[in-house]
Design a protein around this ligand. Structure first.
Ligand code: FES
Ligand code: FES
Length: 159
């Protein structure tokens, strides 16, 4: 850390943040870096719409203060969807009919990536657990479970 600057990466790109350490990572991504993929739903760590990976772990960016991310790696949906794993998950969501209004989708895709990294062949129970921190008001979840299964099968060897 130089002075009060916070250095970290977003999707592999170095960033230096020199602002209020109490600002939320979600706001910095959306407002400063023009990355609107993480959405604000509840703003209280309950809905998962703002999910990102922080050092590979699924977290709700609405409850992450900038002051806590020195040296960390942030991955957002903008970065994930550019790699083969992300493309595979996004396509599976489309093909399984798992996207309705789409508000939860970026967070669901991030949760799917986090799950598949840990468990490339999850069964239904593991998938439901993996997405349990992410709320969807539209689909009833079955299509999302199908999408994660589909990504796991199609993406054999990617995770
Ligand atoms: S907006 Fe972050 S968990 Fe709901
Ligand atoms: S598709 Fe609308 S909230 Fe999930």
């Amino acid at each position: 850390m130089k002075d009060n600057k916070i250095e970290f990466t977003v999707n592999g790109e170095n960033k230096i943040y020199d602002g209020d350490p109490l600002r939320r990572l979600l706001d910095v991504l959306r407002e400063d870096y023009e990355m609107p993929g993480a959405k604000e739903g509840c703003g209280e760590g309950e809905c998962g719409a703002c999910s990102i990976l922080l050092d590979g772990k699924l977290v709700n960016s609405c409850v992450v203060a900038m002051g806590t991310i020195q040296g960390k790696e942030v991955m957002t949906i903008e970065g994930l969807k550019e790699n083969e794993r992300g493309k595979c998950i996004v396509e599976a969501f489309a093909d399984a009919g798992a996207v309705q209004c789409g508000f939860c989708t970026p967070g669901m895709v991030m949760a799917s990536e986090a799950l598949l990294r840990q468990n490339p062949k999850p069964d239904e129970q593991a998938i439901r657990k993996g997405i349990s921190g992410n709320l969807c008001r539209c689909t009833g979840y079955d299509q999302i479970v199908d999408a994660v299964k589909m990504a796991s099968e199609r993406g054999d060897g990617l995770w």
